[in-house]
Design a binder for this molecule. Structure first.
Ligand SMILES: [Zn+2]
Length: 289
């Protein structure tokens, strides 16, 4: 019997965060890369009409690399071509068996086939075709701060990035992709909780030791989420929770979306409040104003 390989991103998991952040985008890029790197892109298609002229140019070119940066993914194709993509709020990635379609009515933003697969991004307008050398001045990519998931981003890099915005509250600067890229709303809450900091704190108010610790956490928390498939919590915390009968999915986050629950550190009730126009979660005892 012929078994067609059919893999698909775990859409449910991405929907749970509503907007994928750096760790989710990097995992999607790994997974797409594994299926398409080195393959020839056939029948390239775009949702935006003005990109139509590029479809033919790109068809038949080999996919050389798939590079995530912040919350974007860029495909490099043979001959110095690049396709920039961003999922924005509603975009979803699929890798299907060739010729298959995702369930439901989805607007294709960018898609191509390989001999075995159909790769598809739906429901976003943020797709562009560029010459690779133009990417340095790309209006989105050129404004991104260091990617917290890239190996080249070190604690010293992160510290410098935070120091550049010494008087901006961390609840604002951590969401700005121009400061550090890849951090979104759940990572902001988890990082500041781990650092035991109120979101109104500015880097200028921190001792050198506290700034060192924070610049370590802005890298280690997203990297933990990447490696542990979205979990920011520690293995110990997950194991002890499961041992006392708590469901695994309830143990995914220290504090994010856990308002009303006790703080894992001190049992004070976690509160939800807005910071920089986004929902934030905080332990009033561990992260006092
Ligand atoms: Zn607490």
């Amino acid at each position: 019997m012929f078994m067609r390989e059919q893999t698909r991103v775990d859409v449910r998991e991405i929907k749970e965060e509503s907007v994928p952040e750096g760790p989710e985008i990097h995992r999607i890029a790994d997974w797409v890369r594994e299926k398409v790197a080195g393959e020839v892109a056939e029948d390239v298609r775009f949702g935006r009409e003005e990109l139509g002229e590029h479809a033919e140019t790109l068809t038949g070119r080999r996919v050389e690399s798939v590079e995530p940066r912040g919350k974007s993914i860029t495909f490099h194709l043979e001959g110095g071509w690049a396709v920039f993509t961003h999922t924005m709020l509603y975009g979803r990635w699929y890798v299907l068996g060739r010729g298959e379609k995702p369930k439901g009515k989805k607007k294709v933003a960018f898609a191509f086939d390989t001999p075995e697969h159909t790769v598809m991004l739906t429901s976003t307008n943020r797709v562009g075709v560029h010459r690779a050398h133009e990417l340095e001045t790309h209006n989105f990519l050129s404004k991104l701060g260091p990617d917290v998931l890239h190996d080249a981003t070190t604690q010293a890099t992160a510290r410098r990035a935070l120091e550049k915005h010494a008087n901006v509250p961390l609840g604002e600067s951590l969401l700005k992709q121009s400061v550090l890229s890849g951090i979104g709303n759940y990572l902001r809450a988890e990082i500041l909780y781990m650092a035991r900091l109120h979101p109104g704190t500015t880097p200028a108010q921190l001792s050198p030791g506290a700034l060192d610790e924070l610049s370590e956490l802005v890298l280690s928390v997203p990297r933990r989420a990447y490696e542990a498939k979205g979990f920011t919590t520690s293995d110990e915390y997950i194991a002890s929770g499961e041992a006392s009968g708590v469901e695994r999915r309830e143990l995914k986050r220290w504090i994010y979306k856990r308002d009303g629950a006790p703080c894992p550190e001190c049992a004070t009730t976690i509160v939800r409040e807005d910071h920089a126009k986004r929902a934030f979660y905080r332990c009033p005892s561990c992260q006092p104003a």
